[in-house]
Unconditional design. Structure first.
Length: 101
């Protein structure tokens, strides 16, 4: 018998730490870096201001968070946007289609 075993997580080996691409880490790093700069420059005891200062790290962390069936939340949002903005009329080009009208 010819049984082939294909590992389910074969794409994970191409990712950094098994979850992130280089773009994900750059995006998250820039959000955390901006948050650190804001924390060092803005002195405030107000809770609303502190949430605004922490917003870049929280938002980018949410975007690169892995979710099932998609790479991460950012990929899901891109796929959702593409689905709603692209053409939805599909033309049949099956095995019996010869390309002539």
């Amino acid at each position: 018998m010819n049984n082939y075993l294909i590992p389910a997580n074969s794409k994970k080996s191409q990712l950094i730490l098994g979850f992130f691409t280089g773009v994900d880490l750059i995006l998250f790093g820039s959000g955390v870096g901006l948050t650190l700069i804001l924390l060092l420059t803005i002195q405030s005891a107000n809770m609303g201001v502190m949430l605004l200062i922490l917003a870049p790290a929280l938002i980018t962390g949410f975007l690169v968070m892995p979710i099932p069936n998609y790479h991460n939340v950012l990929q899901f949002i891109v796929n959702l946007y593409t689905y709603f903005t692209e053409r939805r009329r599909y033309y049949w080009k099956g095995w019996c289609h010869n390309g002539e009208e």
